[in-house]
Ligand binder design. Structure first.
Ligand SMILES: [Zn+2]
Ligand SMILES: [Zn+2]
Length: 432
């Protein structure tokens, strides 16, 4: 019997032959994200992978596909005193809100600038090449209304990938208003689309009452004539939303962010207010947003907190690494893979224990070192060390041990010299 990974769940392994699934590249992307977010003043929050289902029902929204079709639910055992259902997190924002509320973070100096990353779980259609475990780099700012923060978040997201070489991206921005002005816009959309319902897809027929904004980004009906002259949300903004929108554009201009206004971006999530954005790569096609985000001033209340403005984004790590690969940038995006400093090759029964002792001495001195564990011949040990890409091979035989020296081969220069064991650390540290 051979058991394979469930469909939609990826393995990540070390080695450049694994392309975007190379675990070294994942590690470097995380490290890079930590660094850039740190430079912008963000600190890491780590929400759990599992929360009570109700958090996502309230925090992500009952009309979203994520909650209605894609949740990985966990049914408690019959003997669990808490009968509430739990779920694998489908995204990070709801859990971060819960953390913010539960830990009283609002009492600390505001705003709270958060970064988080890790796996999310969605029961996606694997036939369409989607993943059920997908990873995100996530940023949230809680407690600030200023459109300069929206611009900072957008700029940060572009900076993360820009520094890896992914440039020439376009940010599509829109404002979807607030609870004051959105009802009028919803009504206008309902009046506009209702006469065409018979020609629109099943989802649109369901959404017209619950979430009419979603009719604008329906993929199936994108070519329907009614889309062409649909009411535009920006025309319905209240004064506060209008001022915020103009502030956002002024800040994006000041930062020289390459943006376009796209009034069809509405995002799939109910809790968004004002700013919504999506980043697309012209090379990868406008249909596939690399990531998106926006403002969600209503979310904190929805999950039981005090009214608190929020803005952020979630960036798919798979998408970023696949985009780098598609553009041939994967090789140069991250620092070169670290090499082993030294490999110890031993000959004979006397040299073996001396080699093992030396192995741990070098490691303790901060030198990455490995040794053969398969009883290989000297020739095979040298070959193995070459495959491991070690900078040095330290050769120990009975004579060397007796004389307190080692034959040290510099694998890059191809030179070999005799070095006293007491001088070995300095020798390896000073060369290369
Ligand atoms: Zn408004
Ligand atoms: Zn539709």
């Amino acid at each position: 019997m051979s058991i394979q990974a469930p469909k939609g769940f990826n393995d990540f392994l070390p080695g450049e032959q694994y392309g975007w699934k190379d675990s070294y590249r994942w590690q470097q992307l995380e490290e890079h994200f930590r660094k850039v977010a740190g430079q912008y003043g963000y600190q890491e929050f780590r929400p759990p992978l599992v929360e009570f289902l109700e958090l996502f029902v309230h925090g992500v929204g009952t009309t979203t596909d994520i909650v209605t079709k894609e949740m990985f639910n966990i049914v408690p055992r019959g003997d669990d005193p808490d009968p509430r259902r739990m779920a694998m997190r489908p995204e990070l924002t709801a859990g971060l809100c819960r953390m913010y509320i539960e830990n009283g973070i609002a009492n600390q100096p505001q705003p709270t600038k958060i970064f988080a990353f890790g796996p999310n779980f969605r029961y996606e259609n694997v036939q369409k090449g989607r993943f059920r475990q997908l990873h995100q780099l996530d940023v949230e700012v809680f407690g600030a209304q200023d459109p300069a923060v929206d611009a900072e978040v957008i700029h940060l997201s572009l900076d993360v990938v820009g520094r890896l070489g992914l440039k020439g991206l376009t940010v599509n921005v829109n404002s979807i208003g607030c609870p004051v002005c959105r009802p009028k816009y919803r009504e206008a959309l309902q009046n506009h689309f209702r006469p065409h319902l018979a020609e629109l897809c099943e989802d649109c027929n369901t959404r017209i009452d619950k979430n009419p904004l979603r009719l604008l980004d329906c993929k199936k009906d994108s070519r329907h004539p009614a889309q062409q002259n649909a009411p535009v949300g920006l025309d319905y903004l209240c004064d506060e939303c209008k001022t915020h929108w103009e502030g956002l554009l002024a800040n994006l201009n000041a930062l020289s962010v390459n943006y376009q206004v796209d009034t069809r971006i509405v995002r799939g999530l109910d809790y968004y207010t004002k700013t919504v954005f999506e980043v697309v790569s012209p090379k990868l096609g406008a249909q596939s947003a690399l990531w998106g985000g926006g403002r969600y001033d209503g979310l904190m209340e929805t999950v039981g907190g005090k009214p608190t403005p929020g803005v952020g984004f979630g960036m798919g790590m798979e998408r970023v690494l696949m985009a780098l690969e598609a553009e041939g940038l994967l090789e140069g995006a991250f620092p070169a893979r670290p090499r082993m400093d030294a490999f110890i090759a031993t000959m004979g029964d006397v040299a073996r224990p001396a080699g093992l002792k030396l192995l741990y001495e070098l490691r303790a001195a901060g030198i990455s070192t490995d040794i053969d564990y398969l009883g290989r011949s000297l020739k095979a040990q040298m070959k193995y060390a070459g495959k491991q890409n070690s900078r040095f091979v330290i050769i120990l035989g009975e004579d060397e041990v007796k004389n307190g020296v080692a034959a040290v081969k510099n694998m890059d220069a191809g030179e070999q010299q005799t070095v006293p064991l007491t001088d070995l650390v300095r020798h390896i540290q000073t060369i290369g």
